[in-house]
Structure formats: C-alpha cells, structure tokens
Write a new protein. Structure first.
Length: 82
C-alpha cells in the first residue's frame, strides 16, 4: 500500500528546501531515485513504508510530520507486528 497525498508532498518539499537540500542530494542519501522523489514531492506517486522511513531518517524528521495518513501507519504496523 502506498501513500499519495499532496499535503504530505508539500511538507516533504518544504522540509527539504528548509535544509537547502536538492532532490539529487536526498536521492543520494536515501538511495531512492531522483525521479521517484520528485514524483512523491509533487503528489504524482505515493510512498511505501520503506521509502518513507529512509526519507524520514535522512531528513531527521518524524514520520508524523512528513507523512500524515492512518493507512500509512497501518502499513507500518503490518510490517512489524508486536
């Protein structure tokens, strides 16, 4: 299940720009293709849990700030049952 939400993409881009980072730099730091990151930022495509974690870790931002969806959290819990 992937998350696609223009609000989330706006937050992601804002955080990246606040840190004066380019899409290329985030791509290199997360090992996510540039075109994929760009598509996530503009809301063209969703983001899966693995990529969301990579982005969150690289930007040192909580998932809750970057990605706001109950379906996303359900996916995370499915991947890591207690």
């Amino acid at each position: 299940m992937a998350l696609s939400n223009k609000t989330n993409s706006t937050v992601l881009r804002k955080v990246r720009e606040e840190r004066d980072l380019t899409v290329q730099e985030v791509s290199k730091g997360t090992d996510i293709p540039e075109n994929t990151l760009y598509s996530i930022e503009i809301g063209r495509s969703g983001v899966n849990a693995k990529r969301a974690r990579k982005i969150s870790t690289y930007l040192k931002e909580p998932l809750e700030r970057l990605f706001e969806s109950s379906s996303y959290y359900a996916k995370l819990e499915d991947e890591h049952p207690r």
